[in-house]
Structure formats: structure tokens, C-alpha cells
Write a protein of this length. Structure first.
Length: 182
């Protein structure tokens, strides 16, 4: 029964990765104007919140100016964050299937960076957008940060459980050997 449940649930572990790919694709399908407006809105809200939290009492024109200044870094940080989350969503299922170490970095990295390249190509067909090698590099930084985060998380959280399971198996093996000699 446990094997049947695992056989059904394991493939579903890729669902978050597919959903994240859809989110990224939809953001990339926005026109250049829509994408710029979204980046500016996020930047403006960030400055407004910072203004309130830090009690800066900025005028509206100062908030607009600050939002304009941080719009580009916000946009690039969004790129990195999207691909960070994609890398996590891609890496965990492979980890569940037993892909670990360098193989995890290569497989998940290849999928995510390949998707970033395809996404930039897709943007070449969108009005006001275009492909950018710089964006692929920024996306790749997010990808490898996400993969490393998964490796660290899985190593620190799951490694002790794997060690306990190995000890349990070893003890069971020793018991079977002792029974065989009796």
C-alpha cells in the first residue's frame, strides 16, 4: 500500500515546478509596457512602505523619484527570485527520486537554465520585449542559489534521518546474519 501511494505521489512532486514555469511564462508574455508598469508599481509600493516604516515623510514626487531609481534593480531581483523558486521547485522532486550531489546541480541546473534561455527567446516574440543574455545570467544566479539552498536544507534536515535508517538496516542485517549462523 505504501509503495502504491508513493508511486502516485512522487510524480505529483513536479507539480510546483510546472506551476512556477507557468507563472514565469505568463510574466514574460506581458508587453514591455505592462511589465514596466508592474515593476514600477512594485518599486513605488516598496518606497511607500519604506517611507512609512522609517518615518521619512517623503513628498509624493520624492517617492516617485525613488521608485524610478530602484525600478531596474527591483526588476532584476524579481528575475533572480523567480528562478530561485523554480530551482527549488525542480530540485526537490529530483532529490526525492534520489538525485543528489553534483548530479542534482547538473540536472536541475540544466532544466532551469534551459528554461531561462527558452523564456528569453519567447520574449523576442512579445511586443516591447526582447531576449537578453544578461537576464539569463541573472536567472542562472538565482537557479544555482536555489539548488544550493535545497542541498543545504536537505543535507541538514534529512541527513540525520537517513543516518538513522542506515543504522536500523545495518542492525537488522546483523540480526539476520546471527540467525543464519544459529
Amino acid at each position: 500500500m505504501k509503495q502504491l501511494i508513493l508511486m502516485i505521489l512522487k510524480p505529483l512532486s513536479f507539480l510546483p515546478a510546472i506551476l512556477m514555469m507557468c507563472v514565469i511564462f505568463n510574466f514574460s508574455a506581458q508587453t514591455g509596457v505592462d511589465s514596466g508598469n508592474l515593476s514600477y508599481a512594485v518599486s513605488h509600493k516598496t518606497v511607500e512602505i519604506g517611507n512609512k516604516v522609517l518615518n521619512k515623510n517623503l513628498e509624493e514626487w520624492e517617492i516617485d523619484e525613488a521608485a524610478y531609481r530602484i525600478e531596474y534593480p527591483v526588476r532584476k531581483l524579481a528575475h533572480m527570485t523567480e528562478y530561485f523558486l523554480l530551482a527549488i521547485a525542480v530540485s526537490f522532486p529530483f532529490y526525492v527520486y534520489g538525485v543528489r550531489g553534483i548530479a542534482l546541480m547538473v540536472v536541475a541546473g540544466f532544466i532551469c537554465v534551459g528554461f531561462a534561455c527558452g523564456d528569453e527567446y519567447h520574449q523576442s516574440f512579445v511586443d516591447g520585449r526582447g531576449p537578453s543574455v544578461k537576464d539569463v545570467i541573472i536567472d542562472s544566479v538565482g537557479v544555482f542559489a536555489g539548488i544550493i539552498a535545497v542541498r543545504i536544507c536537505c543535507f541538514t534536515i534529512l541527513a540525520p534521518f537517513r543516518m538513522l535508517e542506515r543504522r536500523r538496516r545495518k542492525k537488522a542485517q546483523i540480526r539476520r546474519r546471527k540467525k543464519a549462523y544459529r
